[in-house]
Design a protein around this ligand. Structure first.
Ligand code: NAP
Length: 293
């Protein structure tokens, strides 16, 4: 059976269409244009691409956007001051600080400096705590985008075994929480795996839904996947390739061709989880506006 390729591009477009309609309604009833800001520190190529894509997505849905670019040698104090300015700027509904940050800056300190009401990346302890308690909050953008994909394709989750590879604070851990929630999508029995997990291959091969956020190119191979499984690939890797105009090609954490042959549903890289992360960020920004009013 041919696998269904989950198109993050298609799902994110439908999410963006819904948001654009909401923005129209807000504007036509005299409300303020939602406004998302992003802080980019340094010149990392991938980060610049992500931030530019986020700004472009704002235009697509009718949001205002602001990009604050800071030099790579910006001090932690200067960055915290910039965050404080955005916290106090009434025109900015939500903002993100693009990660990773230069090594002289403490990412946790930066995350905690963002006002919880503007934390549209959903990384602040208040947002994560509210997620655990099922309270309305900003869900971390990548896991929330994956839930949206599962919903869009009506992929059954209740009672299924979901295996998550990776326990990062921004992807794997919150993903495991969302898949275990009493919700649809959700209600899975979840196994969260990491670098100390024993028998990883066997555990993965028992998954109905396998979500891979390990950060190692093409780590998951066909022998790790059950026939008929759903596989979601979060990884993004730029691999040098002189035959490409950009000089690189993108690979995920999953060896796509051989794994796809066993799957019922699989998300590709690029065009899978990436666009969904941006759509969730826009959704969170709209929520920031709604929670304020
Ligand atoms: P991360 O912080 O590097 O975490 C990687 C996780 O994988 C860790 O929990 C680590 O375990 C685990 N791991 C490492 N080696 C392992 C092994 N051999 N077996 C089992 N687990 C292992 O990564 P991340 O930030 O979650 O990102 C993961 C990938 O997703 C990266 O490629 C990143 O670029 C991509 N990403 C994509 C998006 C998007 O929008 N598409 C968003 C975010 C991230 P320990 O905890 O034990 O070290």
């Amino acid at each position: 059976m041919e696998p269904t390729i989950i198109s993050g591009k298609e799902v994110s477009n439908s999410v963006k269409d819904e948001i654009a309609l909401e923005v129209e309604k807000i504007k036509s009833s005299g409300g303020k244009t939602p406004h998302l800001a992003a802080i980019l520190v340094g010149e990392d190529g991938a980060s610049r691409t992500y931030v530019n894509a986020k700004v472009k997505a704002c235009e697509r849905v009718g949001f205002g956007s602001t990009l604050v670019k800071l030099d790579a040698d910006t001090s932690e104090e200067e960055l915290l001051n910039t965050i404080n300015q955005l916290n106090n700027d009434n025109d900015i509904d939500g903002f993100i600080v693009q990660l990773p940050l230069p090594s002289h800056i403490d990412e946790q300190k930066v995350t905690e400096a963002i006002a919880p009401g503007k934390d549209v990346d959903g990384f602040h302890p208040v947002s994560l705590g509210k997620m655990l308690l099922d309270l309305p909050s900003f869900l971390p953008a990548t896991p929330a985008g994956i839930v949206e994909m599962l919903r869009h394709y009506n992929i059954p989750t209740e009672g299924k075994h979901c295996v998550v590879i990776g326990r990062s604070h921004i992807v794997g851990s919150p993903m495991s929480v969302l898949m275990a929630r009493n919700a649809n999508p959700g209600n899975c029995t979840v196994t969260l795996t990491h670098s100390r997990t024993q028998n990883l291959n066997e555990i993965c091969a028992s998954a109905d839904i396998l979500i891979v956020a390990i950060g190692k190119p093409e780590f998951v191979t066909a022998d790790m996947v059950k026939e008929g499984a759903t596989v979601i690939d979060v990884g993004i890797h730029r691999i040098e390739d002189s035959s490409k105009k950009s000089g690189f090609r993108l690979l995920g954490d999953v060896k796509f061709d051989e794994v796809a042959a066993k799957c019922e549903f699989i998300s590709p890289v690029p065009g899978g989880v990436g666009p969904m992360t941006i759509a969730s960020l826009l959704k969170n920004t709209l929520l920031a506006v709604q929670l304020k009013s």
